[in-house]
Each structure stands twice: as C-alpha cells, then as structure tokens.
Design a protein around this ligand. Structure first.
Ligand SMILES: [Zn+2]
Ligand SMILES: [Zn+2]
Length: 356
C-alpha cells in the first residue's frame, strides 16, 4: 500500500531530482490535519454563532503576542541579532515564540539562516516558492507557504550547527519546553471557556494560530514572488535573490513583509525603511521610494528600548549602497531563473541607474 501516501502528498514527497523527502509525521498530523481542521471549524463558527467583542480582543492579543514572539524573538533577535535584549524580555519572547507553534527557536533559526544563505536556490533553500514549477507556479507557492514544514529539510553539507544556539541555555530550555508551550497556546484560550464557550478554543485558539501561521507563510511564499525590490541610494535594485517588499504582508506579519529590504540588510532590525537617494541618482531620474512600509515590530523595538529592555540596536543607515554581488543573482540562483524562465539584468550594469 505504498502508493497511498505518494498520491496524498501530491508529489511534494519528491524533490526536483526525484529524491524522496522524509515526512515529519508529528507535523503532518498536527500542522497538516488537526490545526487546519480545528481552524476551519472555528471559521465556520465565526459565521454560525454569535461572537462577542471580548473574544476578538482575546484573539487579537494572542495573535500579536505570538507574532512578536516570532518576529521580534526568533527573527530579529535570535536569527539576526539586530539588538541586545534583557533576560526577562528573552524569556517572554521564548514563551511567545513557542506558543506560535512555528517550531522551537533553534529549529526556526537554523532553517531561517539556511534560507538567507541559499535564498531561492532550488534544492537548498528550505522554503523557496521556486522549488516546484507545477500548477502554473502555485505548487511552489504552496510549498513555500507551509507544505515544506511537513518534510525534513536536508541540510546542505556545507551548512553547520550554530554554536550561539547550542550554548544558549534559554534556547535549549525552550527546545525542551516546546511541546508544553504548544499546549499552553490552547490552555490560555481554554481559560476563557466560561465566557465564550468553545469559541474561545476554536476561534481565539485554533483559528488565530492558523492565521498567524498563514501570515508567516506569506513572508516565505508571496514575499519571494510579488512586490517591489529594495533600491539603494544610487537607485540600484537588490537582486541577489527574489525577495520582495509586499505591503499587505507587512501589515499582517508585523513588518516582515518588507522582505527585500530585509534580505538586502539582514542584521538591521528595521525592515520597513526608506533610504535617501544620491544627488546623482535623483539627477538621473530615479524616484524616491514612496511606498508605505509598515513595520510594527520596529515600533515595538523602539518602545522596548525606551523601557530599558532592549539596547545596542543596529540602527538603519540613512544611505545604503548595495555591493556588486547584491545586484546580481549568484550562479546557483541563475540556475533557478533558467528553470523558471526569469530574466536577469545584464551583468555589466554596476553603474546603471534603474529609473522608475
Ligand atoms: Zn526570504
Ligand atoms: Zn531573516
């Protein structure tokens, strides 16, 4: 009966070279079946039962709490070390990020660092939308959106373990506590059962968790396909990978949708940013970035800095100049583009100003 999982997996169980992927069964059951199932039940109850304002406040508060656990904690602090955080804040972020159900900190950070290192390189990036070309490109989008979570990521041999995480006692504690934090993610809403009945668990629990998972997935899928590319002070586009700035995703994912800016300058904890253009670029007709770049996580960083919980922030530069290698896809990425028939700029153009 080996055909069954193969059919059910819609071909995702094979990589592009026809190599079999190893499913992570706990993720298949919890993230692939139970969470979407209960979230759909919650969505159904949004329309079929009466919901009070208090329930929505609870859902929003938990969405923001777990979202910042991921965006502020996992991403801008533990992965990219864009600032230093006091221990009480670290503990809070570790709890919040565990409750998001997006994996423990170590797992999240290692996957994400691999994503930056191999961004959009087929077979190496843990979650590029260019991994699968089928279904008019939507198969790759579905992969990046969340299907990748159901399979073990085969780390490229040149990729090694991260000492900073292995030596971090809080990160290692959170790894062990992760299952308990996932349970807590539903126990907190359950405490509101006397007020809101099962809607507390189904809407403020499952539906809210799935909503954040979806928003996070957008950063990996949508933000590597649709949106604008970051431009430096000379008006040069960032092209080292296919990351994009997408305002909608920036709103629902706490600023993470400013993803091209993030790839262009990963250590900077401000993702929603504007830079000043050089006089030469302006004279050549380059127009300043007038897009709206919402970044709630950056506002929170500033607030926490004022409260004394964050310091040594890597401040964003007013002017930024992309290195030559940031303006061209690397050879592995060119291979991806070849497969996808994506056109690349002429390699000569270091002094070329892109006019919009
Ligand atoms: Zn990315
Ligand atoms: Zn990142």
């Amino acid at each position: 009966m080996t055909w069954r999982p193969a059919v059910l997996s819609l071909g995702f169980n094979m990589d592009r070279d026809g190599k079999r992927r190893k499913p992570i069964w706990t993720n298949v059951v919890i993230l692939g079946i139970l969470l979407p199932g209960f979230a759909l039940w919650g969505a159904y109850r949004v329309f079929t039962t009466s919901t009070s304002i208090g329930l929505w406040v609870l859902a929003l508060a938990m969405y923001l709490f777990t979202m910042f656990g991921v965006t502020l904690g996992n991403h801008r602090y533990w992965t990219h070390r864009g600032f230093e955080a006091r221990l009480p804040l670290q503990v809070l972020m570790a709890v919040a990020s565990g409750m998001s159900m997006e994996g423990d900190i170590q797992q999240w950070v290692m996957n994400h660092r691999a994503h930056h290192r191999f961004a959009d390189v087929v077979g190496k990036d843990p979650h590029s939308p260019y991994e699968y070309a089928g279904w008019r490109g939507y198969k790759g989008l579905a992969w990046a959106q969340g299907v990748w979570l159901l399979f073990a990521y085969e780390r490229p041999p040149e990729y090694r373990l991260h000492r900073d995480l292995a030596d971090d006692r809080l990160v290692q504690w959170q790894r062990r506590a992760f299952p308990a934090l996932v349970v807590a993610n539903f126990l907190v809403p359950l405490a509101f059962y006397p007020l809101y009945g099962w809607n507390a668990v189904l809407i403020a629990g499952a539906l809210r968790t799935a909503a954040l998972m979806t928003a996070t997935g957008f950063v990996n899928s949508v933000c590597h396909k649709w949106g604008s590319r970051a431009r430096d002070s000379r008006g040069h586009e960032y092209r080292a990978d296919d990351s994009r700035n997408n305002t909608f995703v920036a709103i629902v994912a706490g600023g993470e949708g400013n993803h091209s800016w993030h790839h262009a300058d990963p250590a900077c904890p401000r993702h929603g940013r504007k830079i000043a253009l050089d006089a030469e670029a302006l004279a050549a007709g380059a127009s300043p970035d007038r897009g709206w770049r919402p970044d709630a996580t950056w506002h929170l960083i500033q607030l926490l800095a004022r409260a004394g919980l964050i310091d040594k922030i890597r401040e964003p530069k007013v002017k930024i100049y992309f290195a030559d290698k940031q303006q061209m896809p690397n050879p592995s990425l060119l291979q991806t583009h070849l497969l996808w028939h994506i056109e690349d700029p002429e390699p000569a153009g270091a002094d070329k100003v892109l006019v919009s």
